[in-house]
Design a protein around this ligand. Structure first.
Ligand SMILES: Cc1cc2nc3c(=O)[nH]c(=O)nc-3n(C[C@H](O)[C@H](O)[C@H](O)COP(=O)(O)OP(=O)(O)OC[C@H]3O[C@@H](n4cnc5c(N)ncnc54)[C@H](O)[C@@H]3O)c2cc1C
Length: 390
C-alpha cells in the first residue's frame, strides 16, 4: 500500500529564518505537546511547563519588537507558528494567541517607560497574560461593560466582574478594560493589573465542552488598587485599544482554527487509508474521496485568507475587514472539517479513542470567542455598507 501518512503542510514562508522557526515549532509540537494532549485535555490540565519552554525558546512574543524581547516576526510567520501549535493542542495555540492579545495594549499604546518596565518579562520572561473585556452581562455588546475604575490620587480602584477569562487564575498579568467615564465606548480605559494584586480573585473555572486544559473563569475585582502608571493609553481610549487588539487577535483565532482543521484532515486521511470495508480501503470510495478533497480545499482556502489579511497587516495597510472574514471563514471551516473527520472515522470517530471528536469539540468554541461569527458578519457588513441605522 502506498505511504499515505500526512505530509507536513507546504508553507509559503518569506525567509530561511522563518522556515527554521517553523521547523523548531514542529519539533516542539511533536515532542513536547502532541503526545500528552489527549490525556491532559481529558484531565483538564494546563501545561504551564510548555509555556515556560515556549517563552525560553522566544516563542511568546513573536510579533513584537526585539528591543523589548519580542521576536520581530511578521504576522504571516507568527500565525503559521500558532497554526502548528494549535494542530498539536488547541490549549497551547490559543493560549499563545491570548497571551499575545493581552500584551498588545502595552506594546502598541504604552509609554516608553511602561514598555521598558514591563514588556521584556511579558514577552520572554516566562509571564503569562490574560485579556479581560467580557463580563457576565456584556459579551457581544462589550461597550456596555460595567466594571468600574475610580480615580483615587495617583491610583485607580477597580471593582467589578470579568467573565470567560482565558488563563483566569493562572495569569501573571491581566489587561483589563474598565469604565472610567460616560456610558458607551468612550468611557472605557485599559489597565495592566498584576495577577497577585490585592482584591483580585477568581471563580471556579467553567466546565466546558472542550478546550478543557485551558482554564476559563470569572475574575472578580474587589477594590483592586492600580497605580496610574499602569493605565495603558489615554483615559477613554480603552475600547478603541480593545477593538484594535481584537483585529489582530482574530487572526490568531483564524490560524488556530486552521491548525485544528488540518489536524482533523490528517487524521481522516490516515484513517481512510487504513480502514477496509467491502474488501478495500475506504479511501478508494468516491463518496469519501470527494469528502476528503472538499475538506482539504477548505483548509487551504482558510489558510490563504488568513495569510492575505496578515500580509496586509505586515504591509501597514488596513486589514480589519479581512481579519473578520478570516476569523469567520476559518472557524466555520474548522467546524465543518472536524465534523466531516468524525464522519470519515465512522463509529470510531465518535469515541475518545481517536482525536477527531476532540477536534470537533474544540472547533466549536472558535466560532464564539473574540467576537462570535454573527459579530464578524456585522463587522464585515459595516465595511461594505456603513454603520447600521440606530
Ligand atoms: C472558552 C472561552 C474563552 C473566552 N476567553 C475570553 C477572554 O480571554 N477574554 C474575554 O474578554 N472574553 C473571553 N470569552 C468571551 C467571548 O468573547 C464571548 O463569549 C463572546 O464575545 C460572546 O459573548 P456572550 O457569550 O456573552 O454571548 P452573547 O453576546 O450573549 O451572544 C449570544 C448569541 O447572540 C448573538 N448575538 C449577539 N448580539 C448579536 C447581534 N447584534 N446580531 C446578531 N447576533 C447577535 C451571538 O452571536 C450569540 O450567538 C471567552 C469565551 C469562551 C467560551
Amino acid at each position: 500500500m502506498p505511504d499515505r501518512a500526512p505530509q507536513p503542510v507546504d508553507r509559503q514562508l518569506p525567509t530561511d529564518e522563518a522556515r527554521d522557526l517553523i521547523s523548531l515549532v514542529r519539533d516542539i509540537a511533536q515532542r513536547e505537546i502532541a503526545p500528552s494532549a489527549a490525556e491532559e485535555e481529558d484531565a483538564g490540565r494546563f501545561p504551564r511547563e510548555v509555556f515556560t519552554l515556549l517563552s525560553d525558546s522566544g516563542l511568546l512574543g513573536l510579533p513584537y519588537d526585539a528591543e523589548y524581547g519580542g521576536g520581530e516576526q511578521p504576522y504571516e510567520v507568527y500565525l503559521q507558528v500558532l497554526e502548528e501549535l494549535a494542530a498539536a493542542r488547541l490549549t497551547v495555540g490559543l493560549g499563545v494567541s491570548v497571551h499575545t492579545l493581552a500584551s498588545y495594549a502595552l506594546a502598541a499604546y504604552g509609554t516608553k517607560e511602561q514598555q521598558v518596565e514591563h514588556l521584556p518579562a511579558m514577552l520572554g520572561g516566562g509571564l503569562l497574560g490574560a485579556y479581560c473585556l467580557s463580563e457576565p452581562a456584556s459579551g457581544s455588546d462589550a461597550a456596555s461593560l460595567r466594571t468600574k475604575a475610580v480615580r483615587d490620587g495617583d491610583s485607580w480602584v477597580l471593582t467589578g466582574t470579568k467573565a470567560w477569562i482565558t488563563h483566569g487564575g493562572i495569569a501573571d498579568f491581566y489587561t483589563v478594560m474598565a469604565r472610567t467615564g460616560v456610558d458607551g465606548p468612550r468611557g472605557i480605559t485599559a489597565f495592566l493589573v498584576p495577577g497577585d494584586a490585592e482584591g483580585l480573585s477568581v471563580a471556579v473555572p467553567e466546565k466546558k465542552m472542550g478546550l478543557k486544559g485551558s482554564p476559563t473563569a470569572q475574575v472578580h475585582l474587589d477594590g483592586v488598587r492600580v497605580p496610574d502608571a499602569r493605565r495603558l493609553g489615554e483615559e477613554g481610549q480603552g475600547f478603541a485599544i480593545a477593538l484594535s487588539a481584537l483585529d489582530s487577535g482574530r487572526l490568531g483565532i483564524a490560524a488556530c482554527a486552521i491548525g485544528v482543521a488540518q489536524a482533523a484532515l490528517d487524521e481522516a486521511v490516515s484513517y481512510a487509508a487504513e480502514r477496509r470495508q467491502f474488501g478495500k480501503p475506504i479511501s478508494d470510495f468516491q463518496g469519501l474521496r470527494f469528502m476528503l478533497a472538499d475538506m482539504a480545499t477548505q483548509v487551504e482556502a482558510g489558510r490563504a485568507l488568513y495569510l492575505t489579511a496578515a500580509r496586509l497587516r505586515d504591509a501597514g495597510l488596513p486589514f480589519a475587514k479581512q481579519a473578520a472574514m478570516a476569523k469567520l471563514f476559518c472557524t466555520d471551516t474548522a467546524m465543518r472539517v472536524t465534523t466531516d473527520a468524525v464522519q470519515v472515522l465512522g463509529g470510531y470517530g465518535y469515541t475518545a479513542d481517536f482525536p477527531a471528536e476532540r477536534y470537533m469539540r474544540e472547533a466549536k468554541v472558535l466560532q464564539i470567542v473574540e467576537g462570535t461569527n454573527q459579530i464578524q458578519r456585522m463587522v464585515i457588513a459595516r465595511h461594505l455598507a456603513g454603520p447600521e441605522e440606530r
